[in-house]
Design a protein around this ligand. Structure first.
Ligand code: 5AD
Ligand code: SF4
Length: 484
């Protein structure tokens, strides 16, 4: 175990298109209302909380009605074409609102900023301000610039920015689960993926501010943190030697296994989750750390993308089928109860029926608890867009997707059925969506459990629940009180 001194010098994933509410910092209200809507991955939602923090410091109050807003921000996602289309349609709706309120500022944040800045600002005149994911500290200046009649842009990517010192304003929060960003960017260059271009180089946030943020969350009642990064297994931070300047020497290093352990040690009642793991980087050390601490959840999201080694090579995933299976076997050996989920792309360039069948057989081998499945969508600027033709007909991509979605339904059901009759520790997150007579919460393995409300227990508490029935997505059960 690495012995880190936690200094107190800093303080510091789908829900599509959510409006976010925050209270202005007391006494600083500037009379302007902010509306912010987020698309895409958990990292984007986490970034919106950083944006909200930066602007609440400047006295912005928020509203959930964009027609009422003085500033509208849309935090965008570029990962697939349909995400971009949704954002573009939304911007057209905001344009209508702006035509009724000419003083309104409309801005695009996040992953679409760099690529579409000229289009949004000049050609289609949809927005006044465009801000990339590493430039949020500049937002107050950029808003001032728009107020003075100019268009404003900052899409500079940074090698250092981690927003470590910014204490995110928790938005739309249940006060129980929070995302904590531990790194930014990605150096992997998977050939289908736009993230390295939109979010820039990988950099890790210092562990002190991460631990402090997690500890503060626990102290204010939160009971689960999800550590976020595009590739958490490559988290790496080295403590600068106290008397040497950077470059001259470095002290102890912290890797992801160490960080997980440090967060787990904050309190046994703080559940720790993390996303996303990368098959090439996930180490046995990480697996042993998960196995060692009860409060590190037995759940790993390990995107496979394809079950065929040739396609994986074209995707530049830097592992092959055998390597991936070896990692799955290691998980099953070291954490036998671990749930595993994945991401899969169908119809990547040149993928044959035989190669697709290897993805199917991978699903049969692993029997994933859950999977996010997509048809390949060519993204401009990526390695695949430059090197390979997007040559699989849409109908073939769709048929392959339909096949794997049906197969996954089967395994999701099999996985949940295996839990029936077992007692699970569930963190109560609130009422179930369908009925105020039921609570909902997740098991250690990330399965949603719904069970009748018992007044003795409140959201934020752990209860033991026996699973009695299930659908493909939810377990249903009853609280079993501890025997006196
Ligand atoms: N087309 C389809 N799916 C993609 N993903 C990333 N880029 C693309 C693309 N161009 C999927 C991958 C990734 C997930 C976040 O989104 O499966 O793991
Ligand atoms: Fe994209 Fe690959 Fe990085 Fe994930 S690991 S963000 S898929 S480049």
């Amino acid at each position: 175990m690495i012995d880190l001194v936690i200094q107190d010098k800093t303080h510091d994933e789908s829900r599509q298109g959510e409006a976010l509410i925050l209270d202005p910092v007391a006494g600083k209200n500037n009379g302007r209302k902010l509306y912010i809507e987020s698309y895409g991955c958990a990292m984007n939602f986490s970034d919106s909380e950083i944006v909200a923090s930066i602007l609440s410091e400047k006295g912005f109050e928020t509203t959930s009605d964009y027609n009422n807003a003085d500033v509208i921000f849309i935090n965008t996602c570029s990962i697939r074409e349909n995400a971009e289309t949704r954002v573009r349609n939304r911007l057209k709706e905001f344009k209508v609102a702006k035509s009724k309120n000419p003083g309104m500022v409309v801005g695009v944040l996040g992953c679409m900023a760099e690529r579409l800045k000229a289009k949004f600002l000049e050609e289609e005149k949809l927005v006044d301000v465009v801000v990339g994911p590493d430039a949020y500290r500049d937002l107050p200046n950029l808003i001032d610039q728009v107020d003075s009649g100019q268009k404003a842009v900052n899409v500079l990517l940074s090698r250092e920015e981690t927003y470590a010192d910014i204490s995110p304003v928790r938005l739309n929060s249940n006060g129980i689960n929070a995302f904590v960003s531990i790194m930014r960017g990605c150096d992997n260059m998977c050939s289908f993926c736009v993230v390295p271009f939109t979010r820039g180089r990988e950099r890790s946030r210092d562990p002190f501010s991460i631990i402090k943020e997690c500890r503060d969350l626990f102290d204010t009642g939160y009971r689960e943190v999800t550590l976020l990064g595009q590739n958490v297994d490559s988290y790496k931070w080295a403590q600068p030697h106290p008397t040497l300047s950077k470059g001259e020497g470095w002290g102890e290093a912290v890797n992801f296994a160490n960080l997980l352990e440090l967060v787990a040690l904050i309190h046994p009642d703080l559940r720790v989750r993390f996303s996303t793991s990368h098959p090439k980087d996930i180490t046995d050390d990480v697996l042993y750390t998960i196995a060692k601490y009860d409060n590190i959840c037995n759940y790993i999201h390990l995107p496979v993308q394809s079950g065929n080694s040739r396609v994986l090579e074209l995707m530049n995933r830097t592992y092959d089928r055998e390597w991936y299976i070896n990692r799955i076997d290691a998980i099953r050996r070291i954490i036998p109860e671990c749930a595993i989920s994945t991401d899969i792309i169908t119809g990547f360039c040149t993928e044959t029926d035989e190669e697709h069948k290897e993805t199917v057989s991978m699903m049969e081998y692993v029997q994933y608890d859950f999977a996010y499945m997509f048809m390949y969508s060519e993204r401009p600027g990526t390695l695949a867009a430059k090197r390979y033709a997007d040559d699989i007909p849409e109908a073939v991509k769709a048929a392959r997707l339909t096949e794997i979605v049906a197969l996954q339904q089967k395994y999701s059901l099999v996985r949940l059925q295996a839990q029936i009759g077992k007692v699970q520790k569930v963190l109560i997150e609130g009422f179930s969506k369908k009925s105020k007579n039921d609570y909902a919460g997740r098991t250690d393995q990330n399965a949603m459990m719904v069970f009748p409300v018992d007044e003795r227990y409140k959201p934020g508490q752990y209860v033991n629940v026996i699973a009695e029935r299930c659908t493909t997505a939810t377990l249903m059960g009853t609280i079993c009180p501890p025997t006196p």
